[in-house]
Design a protein around this ligand. Structure first.
Ligand code: DGL
Length: 255
């Protein structure tokens, strides 16, 4: 099995990491649209247009499934991608909701959704959660977390102050959906702020969803990763080395 992983930039490497660790695919093609990141502040039509352009790139590869690691793409462009793709397409929002549903002891749990402005404005997590019977839902868009993570500030005063800024009025939730590719990198800090909350991570959720939905006959010894970026592929490669703990095998440029 071969997969494509699409993100607005480098953040989708957090999702790639989970997928890779489970050795579900022999090959993964990753494309980060680093020239046009962030998507999370753009409107629906722009996100759809960028996603369909990325789809054309993925059509050059023999992949079985395209995974939209980006929550903002998952919020707005999944139907359009599915409609135009010759392979299966999965976003991360439905898997995230399912992962929460599987862990929640009852429907009265309190849920905090953290996502980009686009993801929160789409209301997609909230709609799907309400459809499942959950009612105690709060949505927050902590936009400053994205550049903070990009700066590698996974701990420390800047992050603590920013968390306080966004979280100070909130009651501690039972569950937190990390509805943005960047947030798993500050999961430890978020857990310290809300020590009793269960965190839902897109990478783990998509792995669960893939394992439950498709037949994986084998685990591959190794996953060959090819990285592509629309700008500054060196940065993507360096981030991959840092976050994945390995230097990917290829670093071709897509423009
Ligand atoms: N990848 C985006 C997401 O998960 C976060 C970064 C961006 O705004 O593009 O929504």
């Amino acid at each position: 099995m071969r997969a494509g992983v699409f993100d607005s930039g480098v953040g989708g490497l957090t999702v790639l990491k989970s997928i890779k660790e489970h050795r579900l695919f022999s090959d993964i093609v990753y494309f980060g649209d680093t020239a046009r990141v962030p998507y999370g502040v753009k409107d629906k039509n722009t996100i759809i247009r960028y996603s369909l352009e990325a789809l054309e790139f993925f059509k050059n590869f023999d992949i079985d499934i395209l995974i939209a690691a980006c929550n903002s793409v998952s919020a707005y462009a999944i139907e359009e991608l599915r409609h135009n793709a010759p392979f299966r397409v999965s976003g991360v929002i439905e898997p995230g909701v399912l992962a929460l549903k599987n862990r929640a002891p009852h429907k009265d749990v309190s849920i905090l959704i953290l996502g980009t402005r686009a993801t929160i404005a789409s209301g997609k997590y909230e709609t799907l959660l309400r459809r499942e019977g959950f009612t105690d839902i709060t949505s927050v868009s902590p936009s400053l977390f994205v550049p903070i993570v990009e700066e590698g500030l996974f701990e420390g005063a800047v992050l603590e102050t920013t968390m306080h800024h966004y979280f100070r009025h909130l009651s501690p939730p039972d569950f937190i959906i990390l509805g943005c590719t960047h947030f798993p990198l500050i999961a430890d800090a978020i857990s310290r702020y809300f020590p009793d909350a269960v965190l839902i991570h897109s990478g783990e959720a998509i792995v669960e969803h893939l394992q439950n939905t498709y037949r994986f006959d084998q685990q591959f010894d190794k996953t060959e990763i090819k990285l592509f970026a629309s700008e500054n592929p060196e940065h993507l490669k360096k981030t991959a080395a840092l976050w994945l703990g390995e230097t990917p095998q290829s670093n071709e440029i897509f423009q």
